[in-house]
Design a protein around this ligand. Structure first.
Ligand SMILES: *Cc1c(COP(=O)(O)O)cnc(C)c1O
Length: 375
């Protein structure tokens, strides 16, 4: 049996090697390494896929979040409501810009920001909400957008883990996550569902003016060559990375189905185990399984991790320390936030290997060992 990894990028590459190698060589031949044609092609391709008016590529997902917040014209001390149970980049950029992260609770079932907790945290200084579509399913965007409308707040979706995910509104219409709020942000980090072979990211919006601002900020605040209207940064998607993404974007739906199949195998194998809670998928979303994350009951998680490792099965804790408990946020009053659901999850979650290349033998081994340890 092939060795099991959290993400098997090598085997995935082998299936698309012919196309990827050709696309990379085309870029090498053109020597258009910066803003070459593949970058525009990719932006247009992703706009069509997401059904969004503007995709603005940038250097990575963290930059996307930072540039998005910069474009909203927020003032130092303005408050931004965000979950604590997320990857650090979401919350870090808020602090970096001199804004105040206001950490709120997540839903214990979906692991995404709790809409009711958002409304309780709104003050006169609140300017924006940054929901995260964690692990690959959508936060409750309809409820979030209603709160945003009521209090006149911006919504910046952190879609780094959920590209391709569909949110369903109460009227039955669906929309891709990342295209519902004011701005959506994503990452093309190699292990993401749509990953390149280095760093990459993008912002999405349906607002023409905002799109122009995002583009300008990502390009040194430049309005015309050598004319700089505002302080920006330098954040570009490499042409080589765009060439890879053009190939992988065509495969994204197929990749999502492969992840969902692996998740279905896991769900079935753990269904009878009372100590394991498999991912709960809310009615308003599908799940693209960036992570497959269990909640354990009365299980020594470290021992499980070690037991699996001894059988060459990797597992990961996403995330062992929530943002509000990070040293980084001590001076922001992080530990003053009381988030029992977040703390509870932090102690009980474990993520199993999930990717496009898992086969039934590997899945049988993983589920067999997990059920052997947890019984
Ligand atoms: C990966 C990720 C990011 C950051 O993306 P980078 O490209 O690594 O900067 C931000 N938010 C979430 C939720 C992520 O998973």
């Amino acid at each position: 049996m092939r060795g099991i990894q959290m993400v098997d990028l090598k085997k995935q590459y082998e299936h698309i090697k012919h196309d990827v190698d050709a696309a990379i060589h085309e870029v090498l031949d053109s020597c258009a390494f910066i803003n070459g044609k593949p970058v525009q092609d990719f932006a247009a391709g992703l706009e069509a896929y997401l059904q969004v008016k503007h995709v603005i590529p940038c250097a990575n997902g963290t930059d996307a979040l930072q540039i998005a917040l910069m474009a909203l014209g927020l003032q130092p001390g303005d408050e931004v409501i965000t979950p604590s149970f997320t990857y650090i980049a979401t919350t870090e950029v808020i602090a970096l810009l001199g804004l105040k992260p206001v950490f709120v609770e997540v839903d214990p079932g979906t692991f995404c920001i709790d809409a009711a907790a958002i409304e309780k945290a709104v003050t006169s200084k609140t300017k924006a909400i940054v929901p995260v579509h964690l692990y690959g399913q959508a936060a409750d965007m309809e409820a979030i957008m209603q709160i945003a409308a009521k209090y006149n707040l911006y919504v910046v979706e952190d879609n780094a883990q959920a590209i391709g995910c569909d949110y369903t509104f109460k009227d039955g219409t669906t929309q891709k996550t990342g295209t519902i709020g004011t701005i959506g942000c994503t990452s093309f980090f190699p292990s993401k569902n749509l990953g390149c072979y280095g760093d990459g990211g993008a912002m999405f919006t349906n607002d023409d003016e905002l799109a122009a601002r995002l583009k300008m900020i990502a390009n040194h605040g430049q309005s015309a060559r050598y004319y700089h209207d505002m302080v920006g940064c330098n954040s570009r998607l490499d042409t080589l990375q765009a060439a890879v993404l053009n190939i992988k974007l065509k495969k994204l739906d197929e990749y999502i189905i492969a992840r969902q199949k692996a998740a279905a195998f896991y769900n079935q194998a753990f269904a009878g185990n009372p100590k394991i809670t498999t991912p709960f998928v809310a009615t308003y979303t599908n799940h693209v399984y960036h992570q497959y994350t269990l909640v354990l009951k009365d299980v020594n998680r470290n021992q499980l991790h070690e037991f699996l490792a001894a059988h060459n099965i990797p597992s990961m804790i996403y995330y062992p320390v929530p943002a509000h408990r990070q040293k980084m946020f001590e001076s922001f009053g992080g530990s003053a936030f009381k988030l029992p659901v977040t703390d509870w999850l932090t102690e009980r979650v474990i993520s199993l290997p999930i990717h496009t290349e898992l086969d039934d033998d590997q899945l049988a081994l993983i589920t067999g060992k997990v059920n052997e340890f947890i019984h």
